[in-house]
Structures are given as structure tokens and as C-alpha cells.
Design a protein around this ligand. Sequence first.
Ligand code: B16
Ligand code: MG
Length: 214
Amino acid sequence: MKAFIFDLDGVIVFTDQFHYQAWKKMADSMGIYFDETINNRLRGVSRAESLEIILERYDGTLSDAKKAELMEEKNNSYRELLKTMTPADVTDAVRDTLKKLREAGYKLAIGSSSKNAKFILERVGLLDAFDAVSDGTNISRSKPDPEVFVKAGEFLGMEASECVVVEDAYAGIDAAKAAGMEAVGIGDASGYAKADYKIRSFEELLAIAGIHTR
Ligand code: B16
Ligand code: MG
């Protein structure tokens, strides 16, 4: 085990509410019913697939151009909300654990479906905390496809067997396993049988990494 690859939303930062508010505004403008339960289905899912899930409640068909317009509208509202993020939106536990892993010699990367990953990392002051960022801008297939994690491993110059993925979404755990990597489930995914390790708090990664704090 030489590297950790972290999912972003739901692991390092929590932007669910921002996604929710931005999609809700778009859905309301189209008269489409949307609630928090539907929003939960969007976790770890790409922007285009998220729109398709929301459109299950839409009576009619939309052109690809209209769909692109709706996704742009949602992304603009989402980015406005992201601008309110500051370094205070990352817990001390996350910041300290990342620092300790790095000091112990582990390589760290992000493996996120989001096209806004670098913008978010910049807002919360974590861009320098990672050796590589693989995100929605460098992939053509989203989780559960392994592409985002395979690319993260390549960016780090690591073999899949040397990488451990930390994920909050079931699709993300499936993607990690398909990449031939070990997977740590946190949050929602801490109850997923396919995860090699299941943790409740971020600091538990130190024990997985063999770093003893006391
Ligand atoms: P964007 P992750 C995912 O990030 C989010 O969980 C998911 O809700 C979102 O639709 C997706 O990114 C795409 O995000 O619209 O910003 O490109 O969990 O893979 O870090
Ligand atoms: Mg996630």
C-alpha cells in the first residue's frame, strides 16, 4: 500500500446541499418534482446522469441542446454556492490525517467525478495537499467504471495493487474494485459489503496505513 486515492464529495468535503439547491432551482423552473430523497440518488453520479434521474419525473422529451442548457444552468448556480466555501469547510480531522499520511510517505490523489473538483480544492485550500487530481475533466466514463481511479493511479505512477481508494458511494467502491484497488467505505458506503475496510471517521485511515498515533 503506497497511495491513497480520495473521492471528493462526501469524503473530503460535503457539497450535497449545494447540489440539492442548484438542482432544485432548475427543477422548479421546469415544474419538475424534486426532493431530498431523489437528491440522494445523485451521490457520486455524473452531472448528465443526475439530470436523467431528475427527468424521470418530467412528462415529455427534451432535446440534447435543452439538456445541455439545463446542466449549464444548474452548474452556474452550483458554482455560485461553491464560492461561499472556505478552508473552514474542511474538518481538522481531514486536514491532519492527510498531513500525517503524506509525512509517512504515502502519495495522495483525488479521484472525483466532478468537473468542479479543482475549483472546490482551491476554495478550501487543499489543492497543495494532493500529488495528483483525477476528476470529471479527464474521464469519459463515470463510476462504477474504474477510469477515474485508473487515471489517478497513472498520474501518481503507481500500480493498482499499491493504491487504496476512499469512497462514500457504492458506485465508487465498485469502481475501485473494478480498478483492482483496495477500497475503504466511509459515510454511506461504510455499510457496503464490497468495501475491504469500513470506517466511521476519517482518522481511522491512519490505522489502515499502519500509522500509530499513540
Ligand atoms: P459536477 P464525487 C460527484 O463528486 C458528486 O458526488 C455528484 O453528486 C456530482 O453529480 C458529480 O460529482 C459531478 O459533479 O457537476 O461538479 O461535475 O463524489 O465523485 O467527488
Ligand atoms: Mg462521493
